[in-house]
Design a binder for this molecule. Structure first.
Ligand code: HEM
Length: 445
């Protein structure tokens, strides 16, 4: 027996800061380089923290599924509680289990059908505002569209009147998240910095809107068929329903988790289509054949298989949730290595999705990788844009439906071309955004 457990490859970096600067500059690309140079497990010093990066699908499955009870969310999401309270994304243990049970019916198939109609309505509205030859920031367009959809499916509200206010509050809030999530954030948060105050003001503004919507709905007592009604109507046998604060936390969680992710996935999809004209032509053919000129409905989804494969392949290359973090409650073995309790473990879909063992010639855009036979040959967690286990994305079906319906509705009328001189780079915040937006010219088809 060994006297001490072996250490995995370790990137110590510079004194005190470790490899934090490289990580902050472009975390997904940095983690990819680490995996390519050092293999499926590596230890990184990020300032005061030691983080393990894990990149083998079987080890990821063990953490997210097989041994999931030995893990809690990473510190990054715990820090997100300053905004999201104890919503689904951030809560743990029994509270999470209860909230998940209460929220699940809002995502049942019958409910999703109603949301699908709202998605197409909003997309039709968007495509009618576009003018042929105009150059638009498609990332902004997609954000507006998915925000309108989540507002409509969550609150039945046409929040377009309040949309600008909500949007600017959300932007401030997300902007400050970077600070909140940095390794020294506990200190920053206590300082009276202008950015911290701006964050608090933005959060208060969002809260006011949300509590008002909750109060109006409770007073009316009606089931509007939206997510808010489901949250308010949800009851457990033991202890009744959710408090206003709990509904607020869940609603804000869905608001945040439910729009930026999908918007980014769509922006990257439009970009990739503009660079891969053969795939774009196949996408158009399928849309035209299946829809024959009418707007799509949820019934068309089973026939829009190529559109779905395009969306899947875009989320392979640009997974909106580029990193999933956990901490182990007790010592945990990965291969030959022992990870000490409460270590941050990072699993990056961006890294695993670009591993040539599962995706040969990984940088190439090829939707046929998602033909069912090809997908069945790969290990399960070689592709995990929605995570896995008990914490798998509750909105996964919602997101697939939204992605396919929006691509079909917009692609039916428009083709998008990257603006000359556009700079396309990633920016890894909580989600993987296009750093400089996505300026594209829209051309009528
Ligand atoms: C392309 C779009 C989306 C992607 C890539 C995505 C990705 C993810 C991932 C990876 C997780 C798990 C995080 C972890 O295990 O630490 C997650 C959780 C979650 N997502 Fe999504 N998501 C998307 C869309 C949505 C939508 C549309 C909604 C809601 C309408 C949503 C709501 C949530 C919630 C509430 C959780 C927490 C679930 C729990 O812990 O019980 N997401 N998402």
């Amino acid at each position: 027996m060994l006297a001490t457990a072996p250490h995995p490859p370790t990137l110590k970096g510079r004194p005190f800061i470790g490899v934090l600067p490289e990580f902050r500059r472009a975390a997904p690309q940095f983690l990819l380089k680490v995996a390519r140079e050092h293999g499926d497990i590596a230890q990184l010093r990020l300032g005061p923290q030691t983080v393990y990066s894990i990149a083998h699908p079987d080890w990821i499955r063990d953490i997210l599924v097989t041994h999931q009870t030995n893990f809690i969310k990473s510190r990054m999401l715990e820090r997100a509680k300053v905004l999201l309270g104890e919503g689904l994304l951030t809560s743990e243990g029994e509270l999470h289990k209860r909230q998940r049970r209460l929220s699940q019916p809002a995502f049942h198939r019958e409910r999703l059908i109603g949301y699908g109609a709202s998605m197409v309505d909003c997309a039709v509205h968007t495509r009618e505002t576009w003018k042929s030859g105009a150059t638009l920031d498609i990332s902004r367009e997609m954000n507006h569209l998915t925000l309108a959809i989540v507002a409509r499916t969550l609150f039945s509200a046409d929040v377009s009147g309040e949309a600008d206010e909500i949007r600017s509050a959300l932007t401030d809030v997300l902007g400050l998240f970077e600070l909140v999530l940095s390794p020294f954030s506990e200190w920053f948060e206590k300082l009276p910095l202008p950015s911290v105050r701006r964050f608090e003001r933005a959060r208060d503004r969002l809260d006011q809107t949300i509590y008002r919507l909750i109060a109006e709905r409770r007073a009316s007592g009606r089931d509007a068929g939206d997510l808010l009604s489901m949250l308010l109507l949800a009851q457990t046998e033991e202890d009744g329903g959710m408090s206003d604060k709990q509904v607020r936390d869940e609603a804000l969680t869905l608001f945040l988790a439910g729009h930026e992710t999908t918007a980014n996935a769509l922006s990257w999809t439009w970009y990739l289509l503009s660079q891969n004209l053969e795939s774009e032509a196949r996408l158009h053919q399928e849309i035209d054949r299946v829809l024959a000129g009418r707007a799509p409905t949820v019934d068309d989804l089973p026939n829009l298989k190529f559109v779905e494969m395009v969306f899947a392949e875009a989320m392979r290359l640009y997974p909106p949730a580029w990193g999933i973090g956990r901490r182990n409650l007790t010592e945990y073995r990965v291969g030959d290595y022992l990870i000490p309790p409460r270590t941050v473990i990072l699993m990056s879909p961006y890294v695993v999705h670009r591993d040539p063992r599962w995706f040969p010639d990984p940088e190439r855009f090829d939707p046929d990788r998602f033909q069912p036979e090809a997908a069945a040959m790969r290990p399960k967690f070689s592709y995990f844009p929605f995570g896995g286990g008990a914490r798998v994305c509750i909105g996964e079906r919602f997101a697939w439906m939204e992605g396919v319906l929006l691509l079909a509705t917009l692609g039916q009328k428009w083709r998008l071309r990257l603006a000359p001189n556009a700079r396309v780079e990633t920016r890894a915040m909580i989600t993987l955004r296009p750093k400089y937006g996505m300026p594209m010219m829209v051309e009528a088809r």
